[in-house]
Design a protein around this ligand. Structure first.
Ligand code: DQA
Length: 147
């Protein structure tokens, strides 16, 4: 039997965590976030946790396609693509495992109107916003409940 696996996909500009506005994104770096998520995934019962970040929309689409099968849970924070990428929306439709959309900041409470809309929420099983890094950990725990 295949070992339980989770994938954590971060999109554009999330490699700049630690330097981006800490009021919205906190002080954590992406490397620190990945470490936290990998440890939590192991503690929650996942044998594998793949972390991936890209600033290229097509690369994220290809990674989602790669993980559309043989996966037990996906966490995705597409960054700004959240608000307009129908390509990422359509790729997520093919993912067989449960998908959790996570945002560090509370996108619906932010001042820019364009940021309050997510075009991927309807193809995700859950959305967690505004909890910083804890949102990723909550997503891991929620996905682990389904193992
Ligand atoms: C974000 C929110 C987006 O609006 C923004 O473009 C990001 C990060 C978040 O995690 O809060 O890059 O997805």
């Amino acid at each position: 039997m295949r070992r339980p696996a989770v994938a954590v996909l971060n999109g554009c500009n999330l490699n700049m965590l630690g330097r981006r506005d800490p009021r919205h994104y906190g002080a954590i770096t992406l490397a620190e976030l990945d470490d936290l998520v990998v440890s939590r995934a192991a503690a929650a019962g996942f044998a594998e946790c793949a972390c991936f970040q890209t600033n290229h929309e097509g690369s994220l689409v290809e990674k989602i396609q790669e993980f559309s099968k043989d996966l037990d849970g996906m966490i995705i924070n597409p960054g700004a693509w959240t608000h307009y990428s129908f390509a990422i929306h359509d790729a997520l439709e093919l993912v067989e495992a449960p998908v959790v959309e996570v945002h560090l900041s509370d996108i619906v409470a932010r001042p820019e109107e364009w940021r309050r809309r997510s075009v991927i929420s309807d193809v995700c099983d859950r959305t967690i916003t505004g909890k910083g890094a804890d949102g990723y950990l909550e997503a891991i725990d929620w996905l682990a409940e389904g193992l």
